[in-house]
Design a protein around this ligand. Structure first.
Ligand code: SF4
Length: 490
């Protein structure tokens, strides 16, 4: 995340994952495998990609703006990234955060040796820490919060690199899944609450780490296990693996939105198929918010599994009443407002032959600002739909995320400004309903919030942030306001 834009002004009308990470140690074609893994994680970030490799004596890096296939367009590029250890990163960056200097993995030569880091998540006290570091004379090369980690390691007084790394992690708050490289090992870790995902796999003698299991599948690696919340896994060049638990065992709070929207449906997360969870959310919606209708229509692609679940549970036929063009870039890549709005229309088109004269249940994964929902409801009406009932496969998104997901400022979130009745009017639907937070937890297969110990981060629906939000609290204090709850110390 970009430190100069702590409140992200999202261009589009979807929440957006900001990063995907991949690393492999012990493979002859480590950098090519990393590119393949990153390609499978492209949905987590499309604006920049980087790979760093190590050949036993030197580190090599290639970073660029664009998709993996654009930046690594030629197989000969991998000859410039030699070695049996490589890690990579795909990112979505915000206005002002673009540019090569912020493209990860970041790499630095420290007193205890070279160190590279690829980070998925967001450090919620990065501005505070950066201010302290700059006061002490640190010079930052980027505006990325991740660079704070490098400076904290560099300035730690502990003797070994691993101790310095742990010392640095103790100072940071928020969400981080990291894949780091030193000349001797690869280090993978998750923050103490495990907010962002990270999995481990094996392919032959090589060990692989990735944000999602789909990347393991694509490179042909076998899933071994998830990295546990708060766990640091060290893998040496000879394949020896050591697990450290320096933060003890806190109750895990992985992001529940990974199940709803961010992860690919062919990934497995928390032992559950993402596709199956989404289908089950649709079934919950059908139970909680039934409606008399003729056709269940998903907003493609992310609404499809929930729409299948809704149709199966309700007995209402499923149909592709909206067709998505696969030759249009994702909405949010467009730089200007005008381009973005034109893009929504080019991306989705009503299937008039199916929709005309029917009462439609429209299923989408979430409503962020509401502008896309408004357009799609109108598109259904223009195609002759008799009624349009919107059902949403997540609770109302009423709070911003500070853990590595790009969300608009809170006042731009439709659910922060309106109740369900007002939102129904805003999107001009005949009815609107969201799955309940309990229904969502049931679909994910976790106990709900009744016992006061939620098993996931669900802050964008509840405002219950599981960590301190120091930067936010300081900003609000400076502005003389304290509008958001600040969570407990993790
Ligand atoms: Fe996920 Fe929402 Fe928590 Fe962010 S605030 S980590 S999107 S559940």
């Amino acid at each position: 995340m970009n430190l100069t834009h702590p409140f992200l002004d999202a261009d589009g009308d979807k929440l957006r994952e900001e990063c995907g990470i991949f690393g492999v140690i012990g493979a002859r074609d480590a950098s090519a495998m990393t590119a393949l893994g990153l390609h499978a994680l492209q949905h987590r970030g499309q604006e920049a990609v980087g790979i760093v490799s190590y050949d036993g004596s030197d580190f090599f890096a290639r970073r660029g703006l664009g998709h993996v296939a654009q930046v690594f367009s030629d197989a000969s590029m991998f000859a410039e990234l030699p070695g049996e250890m490589a890690s990579g990163h795909v990112r979505y960056s915000t206005t002002g955060g673009q540019g090569l200097r912020n493209v990860q993995p970041l790499h630095a030569d420290l007193a205890r040796g070279a160190f590279s880091v690829a980070h998925n998540g967001n450090i919620s006290n990065a501005v505070h820490l950066k201010r302290e570091l700059v006061d002490k004379g640190a010079i930052f090369q980027s505006t990325s919060d991740t660079e704070v980690i490098l400076h904290l390691i560099a300035t730690s007084r502990y003797p070994t690199l691993l101790d310095r790394f742990v010392d640095a992690l103790r100072m940071i708050e928020g969400a981080y899944s990291l894949i780091c490289m030193t000349p001797k090992r690869m280090i993978a870790c998750r923050d103490p609450l495990g907010i962002r995902p990270l999995v481990m796999g094996k392919i032959g003698e090589a060990t692989v780490f990735a944000s999602e299991t789909v990347a393991l599948d694509v490179v042909g690696a076998e899933f071994v296990r998830e990295i546990e919340p708060g766990e640091i896994v060290e893998v040496r060049q000879d394949g020896r693996l050591t697990s450290h638990r320096p933060f003890g065992n806190l109750p895990a709070r992985p992001c529940i939105f990974e199940h709803v929207y961010f992860s690919r449906p062919d990934s497995v997360m928390g032992g559950r198929s993402v596709y199956e969870v989404r289908r089950q959310i649709g079934a919950e919606l059908a139970i909680e918010a039934p409606v008399e209708a003729d056709l269940v229509v998903p907003v493609p692609d992310s609404g499809v599994p929930a729409a299948i679940g809704y149709a199966q549970q309700s007995g209402i036929p499923f149909g592709l009443g909206i067709i998505r063009s696969h030759y249009v870039g994702r909405t949010f890549i467009q730089p200007s407002d005008g381009a973005r709005h034109a893009d929504v229309k080019r991306k989705h088109n009503a299937n008039r032959a199916l929709v005309e004269g029917k009462r439609i249940v429209l299923i989408d994964d979430s409503i962020v600002r509401g502008t896309t929902s408004l357009k799609i409801v109108q598109m259904m009406r223009d195609a002759g739909a008799a009624e349009v009932h919107m059902r949403v496969a997540s609770p109302p998104t009423s709070h911003s995320c500070f853990y590595g997901v790009d969300t608009p400022e809170r006042h731009k979130l439709l659910a922060a400004r309106m109740d369900v009745q007002e939102m129904t009017k805003f999107i001009v639907a005949d009815s609107l309903a969201f799955v309940s937070i309990d229904g969502l937890y049931r679909a994910v297969g976790a106990p709900g919030r009744e016992d006061g110990c939620p098993r996931h981060c669900d802050a964008c629906f509840t405002g219950d942030y599981p960590t301190r939000l120091t930067d936010l609290a300081e900003r609000e204090a400076d502005a003389g306001q304290l509008s958001l709850p600040v969570g407990k110390v993790a």
